[in-house]
Ligand binder design. Structure first.
Ligand SMILES: NC(=O)c1ccc[n+]([C@@H]2O[C@H](COP(=O)([O-])OP(=O)(O)OC[C@H]3O[C@@H](n4cnc5c(N)ncnc54)[C@H](O)[C@@H]3O)[C@@H](O)[C@H]2O)c1
Length: 276
């Protein structure tokens, strides 16, 4: 075992395996019943963390937790009082709150041409994708600061924050998440709380359906070379959609000692999407 140069700041060298070991850490993953949230919960659990899976779909959260050996609770992230209670309950039931993954989100069903977006569609999506992230960050940061043992907050943004394409409602919400992340990273660094955004590219979350083929292909003949989401997916350099567990691996990096000196970043996990 070799001590790091700044051992007093927690950079004890250990081994590379130690750096991704999350044993003794408690993680809370919102929107973890399915899709990317479940992939992240599973990966954190595989790295040794005690995981609390929450979701507005409480039965789905429980099913995921049963599968990966985690705890579960129902939580609607748009309810700020419920968020406060859920973060406190996580720390009480599992002993602490070290890693918070704000994953719950709504997607294209509230998008479309700007003239067709009602106040209700806008508010519904932003209440989950932005208000929910804020409520969870506020509650989680409060518990981490109080406990005084540092922590990690990982906000799930999207490549759409940088390359819009599915409409102002979703694209704008994910850019907001990226900037909320930076602002919080600045504020919470003195408390040894790292705050980062993970930006998934196309990730296949439709259970029971084989992933669409695609990637490394020219756009369908006759289709203009417009910079549409469909064209980008067809040309995706990685040649395939991500599996949710691939987002989980990136989340383990951001949750672990592998990223001790990483805060305030926007990390694309996108198979090359942003190179296009
Ligand atoms: N799948 C992709 O290609 C992709 C790409 C970029 C970013 N993302 C982001 O990743 C996150 C997860 O997306 P996904 O594709 O896995 O979606 P999904 O629809 O498969 O899963 C989302 C989960 O969030 C839950 N949820 C919805 N509203 C909630 C609320 N108010 N409170 C608590 N939970 C709630 C749902 O019940 C569901 O279990 C989202 O923030 C999404 O914007 C997804």
């Amino acid at each position: 075992m070799i001590d790091g140069q700044f051992a007093d700041k927690g950079s004890n060298m250990g081994t590379a395996a130690d750096w991704i070991d999350l044993s003794g850490k408690v993680a809370h993953v919102t929107g973890g019943a399915k899709g990317i949230g479940r992939g992240i919960a599973q990966a954190l659990s595989m790295a040794g963390a005690e995981v609390m899976v929450s979701d507005i779909n409480g039965a789905g959260a429980q099913a995921c937790a049963d599968e990966i050996g985690a705890a579960a609770m129902a939580l609607d992230v748009t309810d700020s009082a419920a968020v406060d209670a859920a973060m406190a309950e996580t720390a009480r039931r599992l002993g602490s709150l070290d890693i918070l993954v704000n994953n719950a989100g709504l997607y294209m069903e509230y998008g479309g041409p700007v003239r067709d977006i009602s106040d209700e569609m806008w508010r519904t999506l932003w209440s989950v994708n932005v208000d929910g992230v804020f409520y969870c960050c506020r509650a989680g940061a409060g518990i981490m600061i109080e406990a005084g043992r540092g922590g990690r907050i990982i906000n799930i943004s999207s490549t759409q924050a940088v390359t819009p394409g599915v409409g102002v409602t979703y694209d704008g919400s994910k850019a907001a998440v990226a900037q909320i992340t930076k602002a919080l990273a600045l504020e919470l660094a003195p408390h040894n709380i790292n705050v980062n955004a993970l930006a998934p590219g196309p990730t296949w979350v439709r259970e029971g359906e084989p992933p669409l083929t695609g990637g490394n292909q020219p756009p369908p003949s006759g289709e203009p070379l417009a910079d549409t989401v469909a064209n980008r997916i067809a040309r995706l350099p990685a040649g395939h959609w991500a599996d949710p567990i691939e987002q989980g691996k990136a989340a383990v990096f951001l949750a672990s000692a592998m990223s001790d000196f990483v805060t305030g970043i926007y990390l694309p996990c996108d198979g090359g999407w942003l190179t296009l």
